[in-house]
Design a protein around this ligand. Sequence first.
Ligand SMILES: *[C@@H]1O[C@H](CO)[C@@H](O)[C@H](O)[C@H]1NC(C)=O
Ligand SMILES: *[C@@H]1O[C@H](CO)[C@@H](O)[C@H](O)[C@H]1NC(C)=O
Ligand SMILES: *[C@@H]1O[C@H](CO)[C@@H](O)[C@H](O)[C@H]1NC(C)=O
Length: 491
Amino acid sequence: MQSWKVFITLFAALVADVDGVDEEKICFPHNFLFGVATAAYQIEGAWNVSGKGPSIWDSLTHDHPERIVDRKNPDVAADSYHLFKKDVQLLVKLGIQFYRFSIAWSRILPNGLANNVNEDGIRYYHELIDELNRNNIQPMVTMYHWDLPQYLQDFGGWTNPMIADYFVDYARVLFQNYGSKVGAWVTFNEPLSFCQEGYGGREAPETIEASGFADYLCAHNVLRAHGMVYRMYEREFKAKLMTSIGITLDFSWRAPSSLLADDIIAAETARQFSIGWFAHAIFSKPGDYPLVMRKRIDTISRIQGFSRSRLPHFTAEEIEMIRGSADFFGLNHYTTYLITKSKKKISSKPSYYADMGGLVSQKSSWPKTNSTWLKVVPWGIRLSLNWIKRAYNNPRIIITENGVSLERGLRDKGRTNYIRDYLKYVHAAITKDNCNVYGYTYWSLMDNYEWLRGFSECFGLYKVDFDSPNKTRTPRMSSEYYGRVSRTKCL
Ligand SMILES: *[C@@H]1O[C@H](CO)[C@@H](O)[C@H](O)[C@H]1NC(C)=O
Ligand SMILES: *[C@@H]1O[C@H](CO)[C@@H](O)[C@H](O)[C@H]1NC(C)=O
Ligand SMILES: *[C@@H]1O[C@H](CO)[C@@H](O)[C@H](O)[C@H]1NC(C)=O
């Protein structure tokens, strides 16, 4: 752990040294890519048209509106299913180089299974991808952004080991149909979020609420599914297609709450339990789960009287299959947390947080946004990038999400500042620290359905009037700023 103390000293320097940099001079390399992101469930609407099957979020928002902050559902949302050509024109106006969107699994395979392919779903994404390519905007396609077909959840969702095979079948349908016109694929978006909240928590639609148990099963099967898709692609498509495959992992920076050794170690353990949980198996040299997860969960499981560890084991073949199964590292980063070593005694109830052993907080002085979890801490992105560089031998990184929720109005100076301040630190990570970052994605193109927060939180460069029949999109001030950045590559 001694080396992590050195790392902390280094990090203090990384936090400080972009202050006072003359912004006029901050330019990214000419081939650096700027894009924006959305996700199918959050914008498409058309939840039940032309053969689409229900997803777990359709079930939740219809059966339990009380769990949604504004009690609204996105049956229509921004209606991008019908208005996608308008959306592409917004992208053209922004001058961005790529568009990251997701495909709704149950629009392509209504039950999630490949014996029934929905032709209208296939058509819809063909038209969207063709429209993007016609306008010289590269599609970057996420296969799974939380909207699991309800039918698959009914027998276990991501805790069912068979789901990895079903996901491979789905991915094969996508490669067969779109492989020749999509340059970059993301298998999963934020498995940390959907495994932990969905299978460890109570609020999200999976409602399994078995923290320290079902969340580990979920992650295990997600990692297997990711590796299996990558190997299937190598065997069946690589010779014919020119595309790349990666995964998007969310990594809020975890800083120690003090310079006590206990807190420094707890913060590093928290990083291994968050980003490391998924990235270690794919991007580290040895593969498999981080050693500290293995040790802590094995030990605590034994103390709790379990006859085997709650953290499942990969076979030697699976470790090999998953190791190195990504052409790029997709990073979602929004904010920073503080970690304090927990002094709580281990109870008999399994818990991810007890396994991790750290208490999570944020500094009250960090600037607030309209999302309770999202405080503005621009330096955290530079530390995250440096940590990934050191842990995984400087992989190719694309920032697949970064953004902020603010008030509904159009004069969003705060959003422009957020983008500029975070990009300053990304620029420093590239030019001063040699982090291998080749692109940045703002979340989101437009206001959308923010999961349990409904329409109450606005992340968009474009405002959407959800009450208007046309779901009118209006540019915010920040869209002009981001458009200029993406065209000139300079802040
Ligand atoms: C689709 O859902 C809407 C509510 O969002 C409902 O009014 C409509 O009847 C449904 N259509 C079909 C074909 O089930
Ligand atoms: C959103 O943030 C603004 C300040 O940026 C604040 O005035 C407003 O009350 C916030 N709204 C909510 C719903 O949190
Ligand atoms: C909605 O869009 C249609 C077609 O683009 C247009 O004719 C109509 O005026 C729009 N309505 C509103 C209220 O903006």
